[in-house]
Structures are given as C-alpha cells and as structure tokens.
Design a protein around this ligand. Structure first.
Ligand code: ARG
Length: 459
C-alpha cells in the first residue's frame, strides 16, 4: 500500500494523477538538508523529554546522516507517492533503521515541519544574498574611487541637466544597495523564529521543549502562537518584496548600462565576456547580461504578486494552498543570486570612456545653472539670472556653440555683469568641484563617500 503514512483510514490507494497533482517532491526536495537538520533537533528534543531512548535517538541520527549522504551522492529515488520531501525522508529512515524511524514524527506534523524547513532554508539563502550584495558593493566602491574625477552629463527627464562625476553616479547605486541590505536584515529577523512544536495547528500533548529545538536550530526564539506558526507565510512575502526592490534597483542600473554601451551614448565598455554577438550582424556586441537582469525583474515582481494572492483569504490554519509558496520563493532566490552574481562579477570591469563622457557633458549646456549661480553671486536675483542664461542658451543653440565656447563679448550682450572670471564656472571641472558639500558631486565628496562607505561596510 503506497499510503503507508496514513493508509489506516483509507480503503483505496490514491489515484495516480492525484498523487502527481498533489505531490511537491519535484521542487521541495531542495529543502532536504534543512528538513534533516529540523528532524535531528526534533529527535534530540524527544530524547531529552524521555520520549525516545538513547538507542532510538542514535539510530535516528545516524540514519538521517546516512540519508543526507545518499542524497548528496545522488543515490536516492524520490517517490511521488510519498508526496513531499518530508515523507520521502521519513519513509526512507524507517526502511533503514526500522521501528525507531516510526517514532520520529511523534509530537510533530508536516505543517510545523515544512514551516520550519522553509525558514531554515530561507535564512541561509538570505545570508548568501547578503554576501553577494556586499561583493557587489565592494566592486562599486572600487570603480567609484577610480572614477571620482570622471565627468559625465547628469540627467533629469533623460535630458542633459548638470555635469556630475561618474563616481558620484555609482555611489548613488551604492546607496540603493545599502537600503536593500538593511531591508534584508530586517526581514531576516522575522524569518528566524521557530514554528517547530506547533504541530498540526494546536500544539501537542507531549512534554516538548520548544526553546530547546529553537536554540538547536539557531532560531532566535519559538513562535508564540501555534495556529499562526503553521499558516503564516508573510515572512516569505516580505522576502519577495525585498527581492523585488533589489531587482528593481538592478533593473534601473541595467537600463543605464544598456544605454551607456550604445553607440549613441558611448559612455562605457563592458568586457566581451559579459556580452554576446549577433548571428547576422557582424558588428554587434550586445549587453545581454544587464538586459536579462532587467527582464528577470518582471518574474520576481510576479512572484511577489503570486504569494500575496496565494495568502489572500486563506482561513486559519494550514491549507494545502501553502504548498504553492515554494516555487515562487525558490525562483526569487535563484534569480536574485544569479543577477547579483552577474553584477558583482561585471561591475569592477566596467571601463569608462572618459573623453566621450566629457564631450557629452559639454553638449547640452550642462553648465547653464552654473552661469545663473554666477550672476546671482554678482548680485542679480535668481529669476532674472535664469532669464538671462535662457537667452544666452537660445543664442548658443542658434550659433552651435556651448556657453564655454562663447567670447566674453558675446556673453556680455546678455548681461554686462559677466566678467572674464565667468569661464572658471563654465568648465565642467569648475561645475562639479563647486558642488562640494555632503552628498554633492565634487570629486572630493565622492572620495569621502567611498571612504565612509568602506568603514561602514561589514563583510
Ligand atoms: N508538502 C506540504 C507543503 O509543502 C507539506 C505540508 C503538508 N501538510 C498537510 N497536512 N498536507 O506545504
């Protein structure tokens, strides 16, 4: 009888299609390590509570160790009839060690077991993701430091606005990641609690020690309500929302990388090994990696919505619906890890085309605000200065000349308070180095932002 876990109440085996339809082993088997860790902690607790003898505990621990090894070696046939990772491992344990295996599930349900497994698994994955974020940040700091003096146009509305340093732009990316890591750590606190002992929904009649299992598994504490413990998946939703924000940031960065590598911008070069060619157009070098990261943002956003929709309207406590939490969560983790890895590997090798960046910054009258600020310093009200500079820009467009390319005589036509010292503020270098305050684009500020960031970055 294939329903050895619950066959007692049933008069026929489960329909083959239903077995496949309800099974989760195809995807939840990736929880095997954490399932085994949870079972070991549970068994130790049962022994401590006098429910398992020392011999039974030893048999269970060494049986589970053997199964772990088998799985690592690929020596295991997962059974769809056994539905999920939990029952596959338990059945295998009993095959290996006999009756002691049948005692493992005392005082436990798959409902608290699966909630425990996902939390343990997700906690590890959060730590991996955090490491990748850190590696990406380190790469950004190196590049920002190298490019602290490199000048490019800054944009609003994707129209040339004011000159900025490339290092400053990269440090803007860095700040997004700082917040992402804070959110991830905050989410981790709510992941790291132990549902084990909630059993099916109401707790259990055995003298269990939930503090003990929580501590064995490195959880901060046991959860406080058994019904909530087995039905809550908001920790997973929260993680996916943190993930969706990380991907959103990566997709904004991707978009900029794609634009910057185009012939029209020509601001940067990406190493060939991060690009691909075209099967028909021999000249092409496509920024596939950032494009794909941008594209993958959509699926992570989708997973967040899937999980929100999955939980919406579910009555307490556990419902089979919750089995559907895994694929979106797993794919979110996989996508995040791959995307962050791509960025962490690629970013240190971005090559800035400084001349093209500076040329672009000189086009588009990016120092117009500097000229207005100059007039204000000479005593003109800002609104009047705005008008004067607007007229000189219109003249420049007509003549095909940047402000810095006009003669003093030409400029004086618009205001006779303009003197020869105006050319100090009309240069790109003058423009960026004048913005020398906390959070400003001056090279000096970029260097101190990098310095400060290095001190705060824990690895
Ligand atoms: N495979 C199930 C899941 O992923 C485990 C819990 C099943 N519990 C139950 N009572 N059917 O959620």
């Amino acid at each position: 009888n294939s329903n050895q876990q619950w066959g007692g109440r049933f008069s026929e085996g489960v329909d083959a299609f239903v077995a496949r339809f309800t099974a989760s082993i195809d995807f939840d088997r990736r929880l095997y390590q954490h399932d085994i860790a949870g079972s070991m902690a549970h068994a130790r607790m049962l022994h401590k509570a006098g429910i398992l003898t020392g011999d039974e505990l030893n048999a269970i621990i060494s049986g589970l160790e053997g199964i772990l090894e088998d799985i690592r070696q690929g020596n295991i046939d997962w059974s769809v009839e056994l539905e999920d990772i939990h029952m596959n491992i338990e059945a295998r344990l009993t095959d290996r060690i006999g009756d002691a295996g049948k005692k493992l599930h005392t005082g436990r349900s798959r409902n608290d077991q699966v909630a425990t497994d996902i939390r343990l698994w997700l906690r590890d994955e959060i730590d991996h993701i955090d490491q990748e974020l850190n590696r990406f940040q380190q790469g950004l700091l190196g590049l920002a430091e190298r490019e602290a003096d490199t000048i490019m146009p800054g944009f609003t509305h994707l129209q040339t606005a004011q000159p900025v340093t490339f290092g400053h732009h990269l440090m803007a990316w860095f700040e997004m990641l700082v917040r992402d890591r804070e959110r991830l750590q905050d989410c981790r606190k709510r992941v790291n609690v132990s549902p084990l002992g909630a059993a099916a929904l109401a707790g259990t009649t055995y003298p269990i020690d939930r503090e003990f299992t929580a501590q064995q598994l490195g959880f901060d504490r046991p959860t406080r309500n058994s019904l909530d413990s087995v039905s809550d998946r908001d920790f997973a939703i929260e993680f996916c929302s943190v993930g969706a924000l990380i991907m959103t940031h990566l997709s904004r960065m991707s978009e900029e990388l794609v634009l910057w590598t185009s012939a029209q911008f020509n601001f940067i070069d990406l190493p060939d090994r991060f690009c691909t060619g075209s099967s028909i157009m021999p000249q092409k070098k496509n920024p596939d990696v950032p494009e794909l990261v941008r594209g993958k943002t959509g699926r992570v956003n989708g997973h967040l919505i899937s999980l929100l929709t999955l939980m919406k309207s579910q009555p307490l406590a556990y419902n089979k619906d919750n089995q559907e939490d895994k694929e979106p969560l797993f794919d979110t983790v996989d996508t995040l890890k791959d995307s962050l890895r791509a960025f962490a590997d690629m970013i240190p090798h971005v090559e800035a085309k400084k001349d093209a960046m500076a040329d672009a910054a000189r086009r588009g009258f990016s120092t117009a605000t500097d000229l207005a600020d100059y007039l204000v310093r000479k005593g003109m009200p800002f609104r009047n200065a705005h008008e004067v500079v607007g007229k000189s820009v219109a003249y420049g467009i007509e003549q095909g000349k940047d402000l810095s390319e006009m003669t003093l005589e030409e400029l004086k036509v618009f205001s006779d308070t303009i003197e020869a010292d105006v050319f100090d503020v009309l240069t790109l270098e003058g423009s960026v180095s004048a913005r020398n305050h906390i959070g400003g684009t001056a090279p000096e500020q970029v260097r101190s932002a990098v310095h400060f960031a290095r001190k705060t970055l824990k690895d």
